[in-house]
Design a protein around this ligand. Structure first.
Ligand code: KG4
Ligand code: ZN
Length: 329
């Protein structure tokens, strides 16, 4: 089945055409980073306004790149939460309009479920169950992924998401926005052991995370040591976050006796996290699967994977479907 997938939950306007739920014929992402950079974070109203400008051109480009027209599309999938309401409503309204006009089956998809399932675009034969770790600007959660459509929530952040911590620390180090990619870059010239920032493992019995303490420690360190090398601070901060994420994921794989870990979400494009997770988890005999960076950050192809799974089973959403800022899977 050829699915047109649409994603506009945050500050990326994205459209993709997926075939059989496992191949992206196109995957177009229009980022708004330039618009939000001068404010040091996402301004929701500006995000919605930009989505409304670019959504149709982005969809047209996705169809063109896939070498098809709307006549070939067999189903429509769209993110309907979690995310910024004004942003979500743009993609959702356009998706509904196309579905209505073309009389196509239509399904709403959970954004986090999309991140968890992006891996199937590169590894369609991946065996489940596995431990899924979604680390992004809005989410840091661990799931037991039984199969597409069936997940168990194991734990999540009690305060900041990991990506949010990257963004806030970059801001206080005057490194600009978005923080994740810039810390990733600056950290390559730093010593990850230069400063020992606290690792909030909380306790052995929980798969929850906490990142606000690390952020506060960085702030205190910077105040006390104004001449410290920013590269060392960035590398040491990154190492603390990476350590916690990896140890909880490995701990979960052990606790549920699962042989593999799948990492996804924007922070999963972090080079140190990718390398260290492979080193540590594979060293413990676990299999590690991480999508390419373009499939880790927000994109619509991942929404097409999940949408296809439901549409293929006849599960559709009504055209009265709403958008939700919080939407558990
Ligand atoms: O998944 P995503 O594109 O959007 C959300 O659903 O939140 O994730 C965006 C987050 C931002 O916080 C950004 O700073 C972070 O992912 N990020 C990174 C890297 N690239 C993006 N964090 C660390 N290292 C990176 N290379
Ligand atoms: Zn995301």
């Amino acid at each position: 089945m050829l699915v047109l997938a649409i994603e506009s939950s945050c500050d990326e306007t994205a459209a993709a055409v997926t075939a059989g739920g496992e191949k992206a014929l196109s995957n177009i992402v229009s980022s708004q980073t330039q618009i939000h950079r001068k404010y040091g974070g996402i301004v929701p109203e500006l995000a919605s306004r930009k989505h409304i400008e670019v959504i149709i051109p982005v969809i047209k480009e996705a169809l063109l790149k896939a070498g098809i027209t709307l006549d070939h599309v067999e189903g429509i999938a769209v993110t309907n939460g979690p995310g910024l309401i004004g942003s979500l409503l743009v993609g959702l309204s356009v998706a509904k309009s196309i579905a209505y006009a073309r009389n196509l089956p239509f399904v709403g998809v959970n954004h986090v479920e999309g991140h968890l399932s992006a891996i199937f675009l590169e590894n369609p034969r991946l065996r489940f169950p596995f431990i899924g770790l979604v680390v992004s600007g809005g989410h840091t959660c661990l799931y037991r992924f039984n199969h597409l459509g069936s997940y168990e929530w194991l734990g999540g952040t009690r305060d900041d998401a990991a990506g949010e911590a990257f963004d806030k620390v970059a801001k206080l180090l005057n490194l600009g926005y978005p923080g994740g990619p810039v810390i990733d870059k600056v950290a390559t010239d730093g010593d990850p052991e230069a400063i020992s920032f606290p690792r909030a493992f909380i306790s052995k019995d929980t798969f929850d995370f906490s990142f606000s303490g690390i952020k506060t420690s960085v702030l205190q360190y910077v105040r006390k040591h104004p001449r410290a090398r920013v590269e060392d601070i960035a590398a040491s901060f990154q190492e603390a976050v990476v350590d916690v994420l990896i140890s909880k994921a490995v701990q979960a794989a052990r606790a549920f006796d699962l042989p593999r870990i799948v990492l996804s979400g924007g922070v999963a494009s972090n080079r140190r996290l990718r390398i260290r997770l492979k080193e540590i988890a594979e060293g413990e005999g676990l299999e590690v699967n991480i999508p390419s960076p373009i499939l880790c950050t927000d994109n619509a192809a991942m929404i097409g994977v999940v949408g296809h799974y439901y549409l293929d089973r006849g599960r559709t959403s009504p055209l009265t479907l709403n958008a939700f800022s919080n939407l558990p899977i």
